[in-house]
Design a protein around this ligand. Sequence first.
Ligand code: SF4
Length: 357
Amino acid sequence: MDNKSIKKLYNLINIESKKLKNKINLMEVCGTHTMAISRFGIRSQLPPKVNLISGPGCPVCVTPVSEIDKILEISEKENVIITTFGDMMRVPGTFSSLEEKKAKGKDIRVVYSPIDALEIAKKNPDKKVVFLGVGFETTAPSVALTLKQAKKQKIKNFFILSFFKIIIPPMIALCMDKKLKLNGFICPGHVSAITGAKIYKILTRKYKIPCVVIGFEETDILTGIYMLLKQINNNKPEVEIQYKRVVTYQGNLIAQKILKEVFKKIDSIWRGIGEIKKSGLALSKKYSQFDAEKIFSFDISYSKEKKGCRCGDVLKGIIKPVQCPLYKKKCTPEKPVGACMVSSEGTCAAYYKYGEK
Ligand code: SF4
């Protein structure tokens, strides 16, 4: 898309923003959106009445320290291989990280898909191979498919530590947060491709918050913001899809069916937000033989967040990274204190990489 089209979109947003009665807060709940908004410098080019806030959209960031400590404890056990996506390696637990454990000789391997982890299990029948399941509805289906395969092939030494989360419960919690005063959601493109835009209906019907599912190009994001402003000005909250080339209202029904078969909803802890009812995914009874939580025992009573880290407030949109006293001082991508600075999709990392504006 050429600069002329982008300019035109900023003009439309400007015109629409003049009709706003008050300053509004729009929240994105997807790490890829956080990065794209920072990369295109959108935040600083919007009219002053339109404030963009980042929410709990980065799966690595919302995984609490207690869950990180669990995988670190498993890595200490005999005859265990930990497999994980690379972005979890540097996330700090209470005392250490997977990267540090690996440097001390623990068998921790970065994989590109859960199928790679299953292959490692097949090649190492005398070891217990654990895959660290972190992510939202986007990542969970590939793990579900891998488990179906493991079951079919009667693999006995493959396990999942499931920290998967689902996106709608924290969005509801944020709608009810009086401090935030949210006026609209920039809904995640990837998650919605699986769940469909239908999941946001509760936000528009019950909480009267406009929702638009938006893509990741600059024009997608600007068009989506314009659509949100129009909804706010017309006082007609509804679920709209800007990202129609990928997302439908119903979503991917096959993936939804597989998720239902392999997982069950459980209460789950979100970093900075606390426990949210039915916001996590654990393995269903049918697949419980692969559940690492049932195979290994933990004592994580010592778990605690890093002193001074404000990741929780960043994830709730209460503060921007620059308001954390450790930002750019004690906390940098080279020496991260909190998960929001480690993850490639973290809000603090986005601010650090692309600038505060
Ligand atoms: S700047 Fe670092 S310490 Fe502060 S909230 Fe972000 S990750 Fe946590």
